[in-house]
Every structure is written in structure tokens, then in C-alpha cells.
Design a protein around this ligand. Structure first.
Ligand code: WQD
Length: 343
């Protein structure tokens, strides 16, 4: 089989860089495209170093620019596109909804317009467990009903899912799509050459933990200890970033090899294992031998109590499984923070 080419929009970011590594290591040609609006060159350089691919193509493109995206599709023999290029801060989206709707919808529309014009393109959209809202029962399967989004960010995920489904349906077989619904991606590549690089104060739990442990932040606030969970703190499904990245390779391969059962498929990407905030903090301290300064604080508005995946469909249909333990993942997250600090 000739080599297939995958365009990765937002390929220099946290998830995009890990996915690029796994695709390259699986034998795909990769085109990284990014406008560096929310990242610097660190991870792109890391991808080249890990894979030894100094020639890895980088295209600096704003995906809202439809003509520029069409030019990319004309320049490279793109078999599949993985779309990450989007804003992702929940709180910011509440304050600046138009910015989120414009960017997250327009960039995806550009991808779909270009893919449709070219034809025979497989589209993978990075969706989120946020589409399930506060679920009535856990774990959630792909058939668990979606709930109205609680933020413009979440709404853009729901809307892009629908846009992809409708576009694939109307394409008469020219386009195929997979929606991957991520739970909570955490950790870093075991090389410690790529990882999460939040700008300013991190919104997400694990970067806040590692920055507190290294001394960049004074104290971690654990938001709420009176939830109806075993220890009173929220439960999530923390998925290792390398495991998550590998799920993309399985999904792309399924698409390009024509193994799909429906023209637009959806998969949960999670471990199936609930972990509470308190458990995560304890595991971090234990596995890395560091003491974390933390305190209980009021609940954070908009947080759901507990959500974790039923990953059976991804396990059985794609053959993908999460393999890494929470301890391995938290070790990698800490190694990355130490690498950043030059320690
Ligand atoms: C996890 C848990 C917090 C920070 C969000 C998005 C989702 C996805 C991933 C984003 C919660 C608690 C957190 C802190 C804390 N997309 N927490 N102190 O909210 O599950 O999901 O990020 O890119 O769409 O909604 O992830 O990491 O913010 O929080 O106690 O300083 O940690 O309350 O229970 P969340 P998170």
C-alpha cells in the first residue's frame, strides 16, 4: 500500500503534536498545519526530534482562511484530515462567545469545504465528552443522549459533530467521518520532549498540579468536596495523551482502509476508569515523591459531578485499548514539567 498522507490542523498543539508522532511512527506521511495562536514551536520541534523527521512539513495557516485551506488540499495528496485547530477554554468561551463560534465553526467549515471539493477525503473531528453534559447514568456509551451544551465551547463541539454528520451524508460517499469524543487527556510523551504548554494560569487540573509542584503556583484549589461521589470530589476519566494519540491512528487506518461500518462513526476515547480529583492528587504525590500544596475550595460553576467512558465500542470495533496506568501518566506529566523547568 502506498503511503497515505494525513493533514493535522492544530498539529503543533498538545494533542496534535502527540498525534503527529504516532502517525509518523505508524508509517503515515504527516503535514502539520498550525497558526501558532495558542502554542509556540516547542512541540513541533519535539515531534521532529522524537521521530527523526527533520523534513516534517509545517504549514502556517489560519484555518478560518478558506482559500488557504483549499490551497493546502491542492498542494498535498491528502487522504485524511484530523481537525484540532480550535479554541478550547470553557470559561473564555462564556465571556467571548462570538470569538468561539467564529473560530471553531469557520475553521471546520473551511476543512469540510476543501475536503468536499477535493473528494475522497476522510475527516476525523476531535470532539469531547462535554457533549454528554451531566449524564443521567455512568459510564456513558456513544448512544448516551447528548445534552444541551453548558458553554459556547461545548456547543461548538456539538455543532461540529452535526455539521460533519450532515456533510458526510450529503456527500454521496465522497467523504467519510469519525468523531472521537475525548474524556480528559493528560500526561506527556515518555521522551518528555512534547507535552501540554498552557498559556497563563492553567484551567485544567493536571497542568495546575504540575505547576504547583514545581513552584510556579502557590496552591491547588480542589473545587468542591461535597459531591455525591465516594470521596466527595468530582470523578473523571483521565486518558493518557499517548493512548489518546494512538486512537487517532486506529481511526485513520479504519477510514483509509475502508473498514468503517457507517459513513460517519463515533467513538468514546477513554479508559472506562473513574478517578476522583483527590485520588489523582494522592497518586501524583505518591508516584513522583513530591508534596503538593492543596486546599479544598468551593465548587467550580459548570462542573459535572462524575463522567467516565464506556470504551467498549472503540475496544471492539477499532481494536484500540488504553494501556497506561494513571501512575505512568502522572510520572510523564511530571517529567515534562521538570523538563520545561530545566530540571
Ligand atoms: C477536572 C476536574 C475540576 C482544576 C475540561 C473541558 C473538556 C475538555 C477537558 C478541553 C474537575 C477539578 C480542576 C483545578 C480542580 N476540553 N479541578 N482544580 O472540566 O473535566 O474538562 O477539560 O480542552 O471539554 O470541559 O477538566 O481538568 O478542568 O477538571 O479541582 O484547579 O478537576 O473541578 O472536577 P474538565 P479539568
Amino acid at each position: 500500500m502506498s503511503k497515505k498522507t494525513v493533514l493535522v490542523s492544530g498539529g503543533a498543539g498538545f494533542i496534535g503534536s502527540h498525534v503527529s508522532v504516532e502517525l509518523l511512527q505508524a508509517g503515515y506521511d504527516v503535514v502539520v498545519a498550525d497558526n501558532f495562536s495558542n502554542c509556540d514551536r516547542t512541540c513541533f520541534e519535539g515531534v521532529k526530534k522524537i521521530t527523526g523527521r527533520e523534513d516534517l512539513p509545517l504549514e502556517i495557516v489560519d484555518f478560518c482562511d478558506e482559500a488557504a485551506v483549499k490551497a493546502l488540499f491542492a498542494k498535498y495528496p491528502i487522504d485524511a484530515v484530523i481537525h484540532f485547530a480550535a479554541y478550547k477554554a470553557v470559561g473564555e468561551s462564556v465571556a467571548k462567545p462570538l470569538m468561539y463560534y467564529r473560530n471553531n465553526l469557520q475553521s471546520f467549515l473551511s476543512v469540510l469545504e476543501a475536503a468536499q471539493e477535493k473528494g475522497n477525503v476522510n475527516v476525523l473531528f476531535s470532539s469531547s465528552a462535554t457533549v454528554y453534559g451531566e449524564p443521567d447514568a455512568v459510564p456513558v456509551t456513544e448512544d448516551t443522549p447528548r445534552k444541551p451544551a453548558t458553554s459556547p465551547y461545548g456547543n461548538t463541539k456539538t455543532m461540529c459533530e452535526d455539521i460533519l454528520r450532515d456533510t458526510v451524508k450529503a456527500s454521496g460517499g465522497k467523504l467519510k467521518g469519525i468523531l472521537l469524543r475525548y474524556f480528559n487527556p493528560i500526561g506527556a510523551h515518555p521522551s518528555a520532549l512534547i507535552g501540554e504548554l498552557p498559556r497563563g494560569v492553567p484551567n485544567n487540573l493536571v497542568p495546575f498540579i504540575t505547576q504547583t509542584a514545581i513552584g510556579k503556583r502557590e496552591c491547588l484549589s480542589i473545587f468542591g468536596n461535597d459531591y455525591p461521589t465516594p470521596d466527595g470530589t468530582c470523578q473523571r476519566d483521565y486518558i493518557d495523551i499517548v493512548d489518546l494519540a494512538k486512537a487517532h491512528v486506529y481511526a485513520v487506518t479504519r477510514m483509509v482502509e475502508g473498514k468503517m461500518k457507517e459513513e460517519c462513526e463515533v467513538f468514546n476515547v477513554g479508559t472506562g476508569r473513574p478517578v476522583s480529583v483527590m485520588e489523582l492528587v494522592n497518586a501524583f504525590e505518591k508516584v513522583n515523591g513530591v508534596k503538593l500544596n492543596w486546599k479544598f475550595a468551593p465548587r467550580r460553576p459548570g462542573d459535572v459531578t462524575a463522567i467516565w467512558a464506556d470504551p467498549t465500542k472503540a475496544n471492539n470495533e477499532m481494536g484500540w485499548h488504553a494501556t497506561r496506568t494513571i501512575e505512568e501518566t502522572l510520572k510523564a506529566a511530571w517529567a515534562w514539567e521538570c523538563h520545561l523547568a530545566g530540571k
